[in-house]
Design a protein around this ligand. Structure first.
Ligand SMILES: [Zn+2]
Length: 105
């Protein structure tokens, strides 16, 4: 692993710790693992929060874009995918999981 990659990972980790800390009062304990998994797979924070709050109900846009990958973007990101601003893959950032997206969530 190169020096630049390592320092980027540390930065990502630090911001994730701040995120988890700030999310704690809002997330019921059984959902904490969902947040940790979402961060591990590099999902956007808006999508992780949406996943925790919506209790498996999906909007029409969300149903259109998730492609059974396990990653369901939030309604806002789903609309970006439909309009062509983003792809399911381009939304994934700061991924800690070593396997590439789509082969393993
Ligand atoms: Zn989102």
């Amino acid at each position: 692993m190169g020096k630049k990659v390592r320092s980027n990972n540390i930065k990502a980790k630090a911001s994730n710790e701040i995120f988890c800390e700030s999310l704690r009062p809002f997330v019921k304990s059984r959902k904490k693992i969902w947040v940790e998994n979402g961060l591990f797979f590099g999902y956007p924070k808006c999508c992780i929060i949406d996943f925790c709050e919506r209790d498996f109900n999906m909007t029409i846009e969300q149903e259109q874009v998730h492609q059974n990958t396990g990653f369901v973007p939030c309604p806002k990101c789903s609309k970006k995918i439909i309009s062509g601003q983003e792809t399911l893959k381009s939304l994934i950032k700061n991924r800690f999981c070593k396997k590439p997206f789509s082969k393993h969530v």
